[in-house]
Structure formats: C-alpha cells, structure tokens
Design a protein. Structure first.
Length: 100
C-alpha cells in the first residue's frame, strides 16, 4: 500500500455546524478530509462539497468503541495514516430534573 503524501484529517461530528466549518477549512488548507458522522448520507454530502478531491465519508458512532475502531481501520486502509484528529462530535444529555 502506498501512503498518500497529502496530510489527512479525520473529523468526527462532521455534519454539524462546527464540524462542517472545520472540514471546509481543512480542505481549503489542502488536507484530505475524512468526514465522519452518525449520518452517512450527510457525511457523503459534506465530503462531496469540499474543495479538492479525495475526501472520504465514514459512518461512526463515537459512543461505540467498535465503531471507532472500525473508523480508524477504514481511515488507515484508505489513506495509510491520520495526521490530524478533530473530535467535533457532541452529545447533549440532560441531567435528571433539568430540561435540555
């Protein structure tokens, strides 16, 4: 397997507002972006909208260890490496007795 010379960024929570903005900036800066989110269809849309080529979409549930392991295995299998990790996935869990 030949390792891609471009820097590679993996962004979780990539279909949300902050995640998308991060993906766009990384792509604008010339990185290959792995767009990861629970919603694969939206991740593919974001990856397809980025400047440049070679971006990749993955489905991942960051609350599931097996899903995270599969995400990194797919990233290494596609690009051979991950240079930058942005953990933009978020989860709002209301505390008992409080509204969200």
């Amino acid at each position: 397997m030949q390792v891609n010379e471009a820097r590679v960024a993996l962004v979780t929570g990539a279909t949300g507002g902050i995640g998308q903005a991060v993906c766009r900036q990384l792509a604008d800066d010339g990185l290959k972006v792995i767009v990861s989110d629970l919603k694969l269809a939206l991740a593919k849309e974001v990856a397809g909208s980025l400047v440049g080529s070679g971006h990749f979409a993955l489905e991942c549930d960051v609350t599931n260890e097996d899903s995270v392991a599969a995400m990194f295995a797919a990233a290494r299998g596609t690009f051979g490496k991950v240079d930058v990790l942005v953990a933009a996935a978020g989860l709002l869990v209301p505390q008992q007795g409080r509204g969200a």
